[in-house]
Write a protein that binds this ligand. Structure first.
Ligand code: M6R
Length: 620
């Protein structure tokens, strides 16, 4: 995780770095820091807490210069303290750097460097890199290399990087070589923004919005020396390489909360539009199917696909489970949903007719990226269902589907989930129409999908009742979430939402499975949230609900408008519009998002920045 920014040019670096860090705070918000250079003076300011805290520190104790680097941290090695915050200093101050990633062999390197007399001030793995570079710099100079030449510094960095095992995105300042930043990447993303007489560095393109549209995505094992006027790009063992500048069409991230108190609530309310945007331009009425601009796969080849693997993490994995049900029901293609963190190290027997989809909001999740790369390595067509345009996964996939959900800033994923489910519904329709699905069935599905934005608007009408119910249940410390068929993944997702923002223990289960163990947890102190809309197996799940009631468990039911029977059984009911089974996740997930949101607020939690989490999980 962690976010990196850098700037070299003519503007005042501190403000630019602080604004960039604010935009990257979704990558981690344990602490933040900047280093700003003027001639051979490098001023460092760093602080535990949000970028706002750092901003106050810099205001009280300013640093000045037009070149600098910054970092927002999600701690991996070493507690969240001021001293463990980045930037880190190597040697006697000749190297200052920020690092995103994990150095797996740091303990061994640290021991060696300590043996050489290097004094460590922090408990981080990143400080090892700073001292290692300082050490090799000294070695190069001892070998007679010119201490004022950039190539001496590059050699020192190159030798050091070859000793590292793990992942890194690095931005480095050198005390005795002012006016440049050296960046390097292996496994952690870095983007260079190209301006006129200035250059920018960031972990992703979002901090560049409003400054430049011209970007260079650094590839693994590339490093670049960046001055105000020039970028010198090198690839490990190949030397200098030509850089390819891409133009991106980026609108400045909308950080405005508008009338909402939190991004999570704003994003919950954006769902009618985000679903509409996901559907836009993707319906082919004449052929009663869907269409995608970027799949990059020949329909003939698609017809041969006999197995689909959906791989993802967290909420995106839950969307994948809904996708499994959708694709198997409508396209009759066997689907497996794999945790990306497992798939990357497993070796399942995939055939040449297997197609892999990575599902990800950010497009930067380390495990999802690694799983996709592993599948590509083995020759499987690997596509992405992704929200962030230009993200690493979007760029590396063979093709894919963008969600067009707009920026999701709240750590708890909401609109990305419903957009992923929408994209998977369109995919199921597309694959279904290539196989067994009739024209009329395709037409029906299209008309139901088209109604969804309005149906979601109506669903949001449950907000007041959810608020009231949340106040009643906020004091409980354990919850069960139960649903069946399409609502089983919704139950998992509802439980995850509650856990991550309110720190309440919650378990999601297929409702009938609870008899095989979890029902032992049921008592008056453990409420169950039942997702029980009318549909194929409504009477079955009703029996499961009765089983809970028979054990004095409290029940909050998510049920269809007009379902009066449920009101007699459940302690509390949240009503949602009735839709076809396959569309239920789009509707039933919404009261669960609101429930988690209001319970978290009741408990005084920070809903947008929950503890220990980051929006984008870029370490494995
Ligand atoms: O960006 P991604 O969709 O790849 O992220 C995957 C998970 O880290 C993410 O969904 C996480 O579980 C959310 N915080 C859940 O709300």
């Amino acid at each position: 995780m962690c976010g990196i920014v850098g700037y070299v040019g003519f503007r005042s670096a501190p403000e630019l770095l602080l604004d960039g860090l604010t935009r990257l705070e979704y990558r981690g918000y344990d602490s933040a820091g900047i280093a700003v250079q003027r001639d051979s003076e490098i001023g460092i300011r760093k602080k535990v807490g949000r970028v706002e805290e750092l901003r106050k520190l810099v205001a009280a104790n300013p640093v000045r210069g037009s070149i600098g680097i910054g970092h927002t941290r999600w701690a991996t090695h070493g507690a969240t303290t001021d001293v463990n915050s980045h930037p880190h200093v190597g040697g006697n101050g000749e190297v200052v750097l920020v690092h995103n990633g994990v150095i797996e062999n740091y303990a061994k390197l640290k021991e060696q460097l300590q043996g050489l007399g290097y004094v460590f001030r922090t408990a981080t793995d990143s400080e090892v890199v700073a001292h290692l570079i300082a050490h090799h710099l000294e070695e190069q100079i001892k070998l007679g290399e010119d201490p004022e030449s950039v190539s001496t510094y590059m050699k020192a960095v190159e030798v050091s990087l070859k000793k590292l095992k793990g992942t890194y995105g690095l931005a480095i300042l050198f005390r005795d070589l002012p006016n440049l930043i050296l960046v390097a990447r292996a496994g952690s993303p870095l983007v260079i923004g190209v301006g006129k007489g200035e250059h920018f560095i960031a972990s992703d393109a979002s901090p560049l919005a409003g400054y430049t549209d011209e970007v260079v995505y650094l590839a693994d094992h590339e490093m670049a020396v960046i001055t105000a006027d020039h970028v010198d790009l090198h690839r490990r063992d190949e030397g200098r390489v030509k850089m390819s500048v891409q133009t991106i069409n980026q609108v400045s991230t909308d950080l405005d909360l508008g009338k909402f108190d939190h991004y999570m609530l704003k994003e919950i309310y954006e769902q009618p539009e985000s679903i509409e945007n996901c559907l836009r331009g993707r319906i082919d009425d004449d052929s009663a199917t869907s269409k995608f601009g970027g799949l990059n796969i020949d329909p003939q080849e698609l017809r041969l696909v006999d197995r689909i693997v959906l791989t993802a993490c967290g909420t995106s994995w839950h969307a994948g489970l809904v996708g499994e049900y959708l694709i198997e029901e409508f396209a009759r293609i066997p689907v497996e949903v794999e945790y990306a963190s497992e798939l990357r190290y497993r070796n399942p027997p995939l055939t040449e007719r297997t197609m892999v989809f990575a599902i990800t909001q950010s497009g930067e999740t380390a495990d999802t990226l690694a799983a996709m790369r592993e599948c590509k390595r083995k020759g499987h067509k690997s596509l992405a269902i992704c929200n962030v345009v230009g993200s690493t996964i979007a760029r590396e996939a063979d093709g894919g589907i963008y969600l067009h959900a707009g920026p999701e800033i709240g750590v708890a994923s909401t609109k990305a989930f419903t957009s992923q489910v929408t994209a998977l519904s369109l995919l199921a329709l597309y694959l279904g129409r290539m196989r067994h699905m009739s024209y009329h069935a395709g037409k029906r599905m299209i008309s139901q999908l088209r109604d969804m934005p309005d149906t979601i608007r109506r669903t949001l009408g449950c907000h007041d009742s959810v608020r009231e119910i949340s106040a009643k249940y906020a004091g409980y410390d354990n919850f069960l979430y139960l649903g069946r068929l399409y609502n089983f993944p919704v139950a998992l997702e509802g439980a995850l939402k509650l856990k991550e923002i309110s720190y309440i223990h919650a378990e999601g289960y297929p409702a009938a499975e609870m008899k095989h163990g979890p029902i032992a947890l049921v008592d008056e102190e453990t409420p169950s949230v039942f997702v029980i809309p009318r549909g194929a197996i409504y009477p079955k799940i009703m029996s499961n609900l009765e089983e809970i009631k028979a054990r004095r468990g409290k029940v909050i039911a998510i049920a269809c408008e007009g379902d009066h029977r449920i009101a007699d059984l459940a302690d509390d009911v949240i009503y949602v519009p009735e839709v076809e089974d396959f569309l239920q996740p789009l509707v039933t997930s919404i009261p669960l998002q609101l429930l988690a949101y209001h319970i978290a607020l009741e408990r005084g939690c920070n809903v947008d920045r929950p503890r220990n989490l980051a929006k984008s999980v870029t370490v494995e």
